[in-house]
Design a protein around this ligand. Structure first.
Ligand code: HMG
Length: 382
């Protein structure tokens, strides 16, 4: 059975900060951000956006086009959850108007959990091929101000329909897995920003890649030369370049620029979107490349803490016809740049603890957070 991604689309906030603005504020050469970490811009969510609104806005075009009658499961992957108990999936389920005979759950393991959700969805669809799973991965990456990590912030959401008759890509059954209990990046319940050992995290990412690749080979996965492109989890795009160089070296090959560059176009403009980042890289690859029909693409998913998974997909022959490329490009082209004071204003996020909060209507379209009243979040559907 060919199970895989039937449709995929992403959303990123309306505002962004050009990293030249942050460089000027920090007295840093902008080339450090543009070339050293490989990022141009970071998405900045407005006060009326959160993981739920971004996820709903990513999923809306899929449901508008394909309806929702065969969806009986909504998996929501995130590490910037809005509630310790109630799943973001339940809010999204309501806002998207899905039928009530549906299971909704939130999954967490740093940036990795969307990949766990994808594998769970494929296994479920193998059992119920007449059903589809809606998978949303949505995150806001915020680090402490005036730290090295600040330039690697970002935000975005991706939505996928997983089905037994996919139009975009078939997920191959082989996976290479790696888990290790390490402290490279974590966020205790009382903190709104993570603690991160940045340099160590980059070393651990590469180590996890190496182990996951070795396991992928041991499980009977494809050879390095079989792949037409590689997508990596992209906390910043230079990380993907380093990862690919490491993998190529392990396989006695030279890393080719064309293996990774199309998969990095969107992420360079959005920044880290944690669970969504790998899949926004996949969307970027599909939107930029015209020659992927029947080709194999390798993916490496990494979540700090840590879990890594190396796996692969085969692109469907008619994927061009099922892309949301124009929509994605228009969304990015229509974003608005923030100056430094405006960026700082959006960094202060009232959470409703100290009283009701009604944000300005900042987002021009789509689902938005209308307010927090008596500690309950109130959303307005698109
Ligand atoms: P830093 O202090 O900016 O590092 O922190 P740096 O001083 O080494 O500079 C970075 C690069 O810029 C270096 O290149 C410099 O040479 C270069 P490299 O040696 O690495 O190739 N550079 C310049 N290039 C051109 N012109 C210049 C210039 N100056 C310097 N003028 C760090 C970087 C990534 C550590 C920091 O941003 C950070 O802590 N980020 C957050 C953690 C992170 O993203 N880790 C990635 C791996 S872990 C992961 O991916 C999981 C994660 O997504 C979370 C999750 O799973 O939930 C984070």
């Amino acid at each position: 059975m060919n199970i895989g991604i039937d449709q995929i689309s992403f959303y990123t906030p309306y505002y962004y900060l050009n990293l030249a603005v942050l460089a000027e504020r920090n007295g840093i050469d902008p080339a450090k951000y543009y070339n050293g970490i490989g990022q141009e811009k970071i998405a900045v969510p407005a006060h009326d956006e959160d993981i739920v609104t971004m996820g709903v806005n990513a999923a809306a075009p899929l449901l508008q086009e394909h309806g929702s009658s065969d969806i009986d499961t909504l998996l929501f992957a995130t590490e910037s959850g809005i509630d310790q108990s109630k799943a973001a999936a339940v809010y999204a389920h309501h806002l998207l108007g899905l039928g009530q005979n549906c299971r909704c759950v939130e999954l967490k393991q740093a940036c990795y959990s969307a990949t766990a959700a994808l594998q769970l969805a494929c296994a479920y669809v193998a059992r119920k091929p007449e059903k589809k799973v809606l998978l949303i991965a949505s995150d806001i990456a915020r680090y402490d101000l005036d730290t090295a990590a600040e330039a690697t912030q970002g935000a975005g959401a991706v939505a996928m329909l997983i089905s037994a008759r996919p139009n975009i890509a078939v997920i191959a059954p082989h996976s290479g897995l790696y888990s290790a209990d390490i402290m490279d990046f974590w966020r205790p319940n009382y903190r709104s920003t993570p603690l991160v050992d940045g340099k160590y995290s980059t070393v651990m990412y590469l180590q996890a890649l190496e182990h996951a690749w070795q396991d992928y080979q041991a499980q009977g996965g494809r050879a390095y030369q079989d792949f037409s492109a590689y997508c990596y989890h992209l906390p910043f795009s230079k990380m993907g370049i380093k990862a690919h160089a490491r993998l190529a070296r392990l396989n006695g090959a030279d890393p080719r620029r064309e293996d990774t560059q199309d998969g990095m176009q969107y992420n360079r403009l959005i920044g880290n979107s944690y669970t969504a980042a790998l899949y926004i890289s996949l969307v970027s690859l599909l939107d930029y490349r015209e020659d992927l029909a029947n080709k194999h693409v390798a993916l490496f998913s990494y979540g700090s803490g840590c879990v890594g998974e190396f796996f692969a997909l085969t692109v469907c022959p008619q994927y061009h016809r099922h892309r949301y490329r124009d929509r994605h490009r228009a969304m990015l082209a229509n974003r608005v740049a923030l100056d430094y004071p405006a960026y700082r204003r959006y960094r202060e996020v009232p959470d409703g603890r100290t009283g009701d909060f009604f944000p300005d209507k900042d987002t021009p379209h789509g689902c938005r957070l209308e307010g927090i009243k008596q500690q309950q979040r109130i959303y307005r559907p698109a």
